[in-house]
Design a protein around this ligand. Structure first.
Ligand code: SF4
Length: 288
């Protein structure tokens, strides 16, 4: 996607904390040693300094190639390799050796696999549970084709939180996420919601703002997510990974994000995190 439109100037508040300490070094060495991948690096996340300094990492499983290739995302699209059978165990090893208390696992979308990658998620949770029984786990999943049987297995995998990101209002899907489907994502969240009481999970979603939406679009999307049964909503500023990606149309101020947060809480979400650098795998709940 070529960006021919002039983008607004990046404001001063879009700056992650630059910190690198012995924790960050340990995280880096562990990931390299175990040949593991993170969204922190794949997405060039501005929070990497802060997160790694606190040993918070979001592992990305099932390879570095996505079958969807959305124009806002830094992960390359194409034909992925077969799942790496040892990956779940290596992630569990990293979680244990780093002493991670809250592990977040996500993946690229694997429409090419019969189980859409569900089995690799389940095995990863199993291995983490085996080696670090006290660690809480959050799964940030693709839509799994809104397949209820697959989603049921994810919901009952013994994790604390299951998230699926809606990312943006419906009207952008055709242009920015042509292989994804807004209503399929809502169905995915509805299915998770239908299992959540019995499974003891919280359902989470997230939106990136600044792709060209109006406030009305934001509130309508929030309303759709609430109706789908989402408990936790995260909102952050969209930042395009390169000039070739979908352009940033607007930078919202920190005050705007506070208004969106209050709106979400007024709508009945149990927890809302909303600030320019919030990302769906950032964990301010546990950081207070
Ligand atoms: S916000 Fe998520 S992706 Fe970004 S550095 Fe933190 S854990 Fe990694």
């Amino acid at each position: 996607m070529t960006n021919n439109t002039k983008e607004p100037k990046r404001p001063s508040w879009i700056r992650g904390k630059i910190s690198w300490n012995e924790n960050s070094e340990e995280v880096k060495n562990t990931l390299t040693g175990l040949d593991l991948h993170t969204v922190c690096e794949e997405a060039a996340c501005p929070n990497k300094g802060e997160c790694w300094g606190k040993k918070h990492v979001t592992f990305i499983i099932l390879g570095d190639t996505c079958t969807r290739g959305c124009s806002f995302c830094n992960v390359s699209g194409g034909t992925p390799d077969a799942p790496d059978q040892d990956e779940p165990e290596r992630i569990a090893e990293a979680v244990k050796s780093l002493g991670i208390k809250y592990a977040v696992i996500t993946s690229v979308t694997r429409d090419d696999l019969k189980d859409k990658g569900m089995g690799q998620f389940i095995e990863t949770v199993k291995q983490i549970r085996k080696h670090s029984p006290q660690t809480e786990v959050e799964l940030l999943i693709p839509d799994f084709g809104a397949d209820k049987e697959l989603l049921k297995k994810i919901a009952f995998s013994g994790v604390e939180v299951v998230g699926h990101n809606i990312e943006m209002p419906e009207k952008f899907y055709l242009k920015v996420r042509p292989r994804s489907d807004y209503s399929r994502s809502l169905k995915t969240l509805e299915a998770l919601n239908s299992f959540k009481k019995e499974a003891g999970i919280l359902v989470k979603s997230a939106m990136m703002l600044g792709v060209g939406e109006t406030e009305k679009d934001i509130f309508r999307t929030l309303s759709d997510l609430k109706k789908a049964g989402v408990d936790i909503i995260y909102m952050g500023q969209y930042l395009n990974p390169s000039k070739g990606h979908w352009p940033v149309k607007k930078y919202y101020t920190p005050e705007d994000f506070k208004i969106f947060k209050q709106k979400a809480l007024d709508m009945g979400f149990e927890f809302a995190a909303s600030a320019p650098l919030i990302r769906s795998s950032y964990v301010p709940i546990s950081w207070g």
